[in-house]
Design a protein around this ligand. Structure first.
Ligand code: BTN
Length: 315
């Protein structure tokens, strides 16, 4: 959203304010103020004009202006009702030189998952990709994927859903013996070995969707299904972006936060890597995100792969 429109909204949020006062505060003409107010109304903001001036009555439920309004993180938002893939769009923006942009969609028609899988993304979800340019070597970039998992887990817990993280970055909810997937994360990046050029962290949150409409996933769940009622997608998206922003600035602090929510540590796991299968007890995670597994014959450190939680041997 435009800078001036942000400032108009901020002024409206602080109570009734007349057109002339606003014009003076922002140092623009009264007709420019009127145009901004009309544009905000078009975007779904309810703005009353009473005797004391303009009053902001309500904010739209979801979308670019809704998420940017009151967001305490330095991201601009590009919203789409429907788009093939927010990650693909964020990559295009990266090629154009953009940074600190979040591409957000209500629906994706070609959502992409890890290992070239499809990611079902019906209307009602929170499908987003954050594009940024951290000053780190390529080898450190996996820590941002862990940071995203922590950010969503925190937001889910605040929304009353007891989520946890399966290494490296699946956010799951436990139901009896089963674990159901709530969120998937796909990170893409480009750069030279010693420096990342850009990172796109794609986060797929099954928010207000019916798990039965998610055929691609073996055992999916959603925030709505877990809570029994829909989640406020605007507030949820803002919490994710704010937490993620704080974590990306403190990569060294990410692992401690991740350990707090990890469901993998202390469990028996089987990790399929491109070159081998590692089975044993997951005992820790190492910067920038590798899993430490005690096998019968020693310690293995696995940096990428598909992880399965196994039943304890004693069961
Ligand atoms: C996984 O396979 O678990 C990762 C799924 C990642 C899906 C998200 S939805 C937003 C972003 N856009 C995409 O096309 N993929 C990611």
């Amino acid at each position: 959203m435009q800078e001036t429109r942000h400032r108009v909204l901020d002024a409206l949020a602080n109570g009734p304010v007349s057109g002339p006062t606003l014009a003076e505060q922002l140092d623009i003409s009264r007709s420019a103020i009127w145009k901004h107010v009309e544009a905000l109304r078009d975007e779904g903001f309810e703005i009353e004009s009473g005797d004391d001036g303009y009053v902001l009555d309500s904010v739209p439920e979801f979308g670019e202006a809704a998420v940017e309004y009151g967001l305490d993180a330095p991201f601009s938002v590009e919203y789409h009702d429907s788009i093939p893939s927010t990650n693909a769009r964020a990559r295009d923006l990266a090629a154009e030189g953009a940074s600190d942009v979040v591409v957000l969609a209500d629906e994706q028609t070609g959502g992409r998952g890890r290992l070239d899988r499809e990611w079902s993304s019906p209307s009602g979800g929170i499908w987003l990709s954050a594009l940024f340019r951290p000053d780190v070597p390529m080898a450190h970039a996996p820590v941002f994927t862990l940071a995203a998992a922590v950010a969503v887990t925190r937001a889910a817990r605040e929304a009353g859903v007891d989520a946890g993280i399966k290494w490296p970055n699946d956010v799951l909810v436990r139901r009896g013996d089963e674990e159901r997937k709530l969120v998937g994360i796909l990170t893409e990046m480009e750069g030279e070995a010693d420096r990342v050029s850009w990172v796109v962290v794609g986060i797929g949150i099954n928010a207000n969707v019916d798990p039965e409409d998610l055929p691609g996933d073996a055992r999916p769940t959603s925030l709505q299904a877990e809570r029994g009622d829909p989640v406020d997608r605007r507030a949820f998206t803002q919490r994710v972006l704010e937490e993620f922003d704080a974590l990306r600035r403190d990569p060294d602090g990410v692992l401690d936060a991740w350990r707090e929510y990890a469901t993998t540590l202390g469990r028996r796991v089987r990790v399929e890597t491109p070159s081998r299968t590692v089975e044993g007890e997951a005992v820790d995670v190492q910067f920038p995100g590798a899993l430490v597994v005690e096998t019968g014959t020693g310690t293995e450190v696995v940096s990428a792969g598909d992880c399965e939680h196994l039943r304890p041997l004693s069961e």
